[in-house]
Design a protein around this ligand. Structure first.
Ligand code: FE
Length: 147
């Protein structure tokens, strides 16, 4: 497929509500900061305790930094001590997708944004509350909207 075709398809899909957001890597590079691009598109991990939202305790919504959909709510955020924003549940079951990740000799479950496929972090079965899950999410993948 020619690059122009892929890019125009991406734009068309981005504007239509429930469809996936599909952009070319060049378009993501233009839209995101270098750090956001590294985490969201190259499955990078920010260094612990460095992200802007680790210690955020305000009420509000955490959106995907790439495509803008709401992913987590402040009332599911908890102090995990890990150095990354941690949540025990996504905003809806369908907001995120889970993938087996065997990189770096570890068996982990990767969490991605269901709408744009952006890498968010990983989920571990050692969380608190009603779910027992710990969604360990990079600040770089999130944008906070204060309520
Ligand atoms: Fe997204």
């Amino acid at each position: 497929m020619a690059e122009e075709t892929a890019e125009s398809l991406g734009r068309a899909r981005e504007t239509s509500g429930s469809e996936k957001v599909v952009l070319s890597e060049n378009e993501w590079r233009e839209k995101l900061t270098p750090e956001q691009y590294h985490v969201l598109r190259e499955k990078g991990t920010e260094r612990p305790f460095t992200g802007a939202l680790v210690n955020n305790h305000d009420d509000g919504f955490y959106h995907c930094a790439a495509c803008g959909v709401p992913l987590f709510k402040s009332d599911t955020k908890f102090e995990s001590g890990s150095g990354w924003p941690s949540f025990f549940d996504p905003i809806t079951k369908d907001a995120v997708e889970l993938h087996e990740d065997n990189a770096y000799g570890m068996r982990r479950v990767e969490v991605t944004c269901a709408k744009c496929g952006g890498h968010l972090g990983h989920v571990f079965p050692d969380g608190p509350g009603p779910t027992g899950q710990r969604y360990c999410i990079n600040s770089a993948s999130l944008e906070f909207e204060k309520k």
